[in-house]
Write a protein that binds this ligand. Structure first.
Ligand code: G
Ligand code: G
Ligand code: MN
Ligand code: NA
Length: 252
């Protein structure tokens, strides 16, 4: 009930904030980030997405929320570009958002408003999101791709029929779920799975991004075995835009 009255207000009162977590290429470059929304509640402080995204999905609020996230990311990426920092940002999109046809024209207009002649936004979709409504998912993927977004399959390996989906949808990258990454240097079954997944991804010309990398040993295994980008607390936590800029200055 608290969520019901307050999440709606949070959107109107501009209480949502986006934190950014960098991904590091195998060469050590920072080319892209993931946008992760938080809610800065005056009553309850900083609320993580796990506490309100499910409710936003049930109530349908995820549609205006997701639109706000995408358009605010465009604004932020343009601001970084104007400071000479060139980045792509991946945005999470829930199944419930797939029916929102207005996002494509809104995104196109937002890009035009800040004079982007390409699209620096990538879209993260989960496996279950693709399965739920294949036809709709395919049409959404095609429309985002036409604008120049890349499509990343999030939480890869936690859903079902993973491998057949890779061939069925025109994807650009898969994000290896954290459950494969955790202690991978000690887990021989996970090691075999990750090697096999990387081989399949390479055969299909897909990039592999590992998420939830927490230790140098996990990272060493992943980099040695063909993972293209790594994301995780080992490198940086999700952080506000200004904190990311300070982090980047120290990193470079
Ligand atoms: O930041 P954190 O790791 O706590 O995020 C938890 C989950 O919330 C992630 O699985 C992520 O996919 C989801 N999430 C974060 N930001 C957004 C968003 O802007 N839109 C949607 N749909 N999900 C998000
Ligand atoms: O969209 P997705 O569900 O993949 O969201 C990624 C989630 O993982 C976010 O909530 C983010 O804060 C979290 N995360 C990012 N890096 C790490 C990490 O190294 N370890 C752990 N445990 N969580 C992480
Ligand atoms: Mn994600
Ligand atoms: Na994920």
């Amino acid at each position: 009930l608290w969520l019901d009255t307050n999440l709606r207000k949070a959107l109107e009162k501009n209480q949502l904030v986006i934190h950014y977590q960098p991904k590091i290429t195998w060469r050590g470059e920072i080319r892209s980030l993931e946008a992760l929304v938080r809610w800065q509640s005056p009553e309850r402080g900083l609320i993580p997405p796990l506490d309100f995204i499910a409710y936003a999905e049930e109530s349908g609020l995820i549609v205006p929320l997701g639109r706000w996230v995408m358009l605010d990311v465009v604004r932020q990426v343009a601001e970084w570009r104007d400071k000479g920092i060139h980045l792509r940002v991946a945005v999470n999109v829930s199944a419930r958002q797939l029916a929102d046809q207005s996002i494509f024209s809104d995104l196109k207009q937002a890009l035009k408003d800040v004079h982007f002649d390409y699209c620096p936004i990538d879209v993260e979709l989960t496996e279950s999101c693709l399965i739920e409504n294949e036809e709709l998912a395919l049409s959404v993927i095609n429309q985002f791709s036409e604008l120049g977004a890349q499509i990343h399959l999030d939480d890869f390996g936690t859903g079902y029929s993973s491998l057949s989906q890779l061939a069925r949808f025109p994807l650009d990258a898969i994000k290896l779920d954290q459950s494969f990454v955790r202690d991978i240097h000690k887990q021989s079954v996970s090691q075999s799975l990750v090697r096999a997944i990387v081989a399949v991804a390479q055969a299909l010309n897909l990039q592999v991004i590992a998420e939830g990398v927490e230790s140098a040993k996990e990272d060493a295994f992943l980099t040695k075995n063909g993972v293209n980008e790594r994301q995780g607390f080992l490198f940086a936590r999700p952080m506000p835009a200004a904190a990311f800029e300070r982090w980047l200055k120290r990193y470079l």
